[in-house]
Design a protein around this ligand. Sequence first.
Ligand code: URA
Length: 234
Amino acid sequence: MRLDHYLSAAGLGSRSDVKKLISKGLISVDGTTVKDSGYKVDELLSRITYNGATVSYAKNVYFMLNKPKGVISASRADLRNQDETCVVDLISEEKHRGMFPIGRLDKDTEGLLIISDDGILAHNLLSPKKHVDKTYYAELKSELSLSDKEHIESGIDIGDDTPTLPAKIETINKTSVYITIHEGRYHEIKRMFEAVGNEVTFLKRISMGPLKLDPTLNPGEYRRLTDEELSLLI
Ligand code: URA
């Protein structure tokens, strides 16, 4: 793992904070000062110190959930109505961790949701400046005309201060599409299709940035992210 990822995960600050500590020569690995943020460390074996004090690695937890319909994208603490089920309730392990969903899906939307206790990853994936791609499978009430498709793709007025950013639509058949957006506005996809007089009747997120929903997970099922998947994200 990269030294800057290790230090961030250990709670020493954001990625840019820890890069500054590294470049100032305040970090040592196995007794030698390292000034390269990308230096590879072994989180189990390397002895990493900051100003001489050992920095221990507080491992975060990361789950991929196929969110089912009818469940709220919130942590229990953020749930307004405590009688509702939230996505974190579906994860039966690591209950003490204070996990939360990274991003939100509407109550009736299914699909890929990361559940974690890693606030830095949440910031990196959700920051509007980062424009992380999100791809959804959508079923529509009516046939999507070519002009409506092009209109949505070029950016469309959905009643906010600014039109949506350009999107990409891949047609599957007359009434189902894959759509990739780069923002995360409230009800964004539903409002994009509403703006051309159509309606989304089923919505499922299938990818977020480089991470793809595991097709073997049924709605409500989850698993830990693999090391490979995690390295795509952090
Ligand atoms: N766009 C929507 O309209 N709903 C979602 O849940 C996600 C994106």
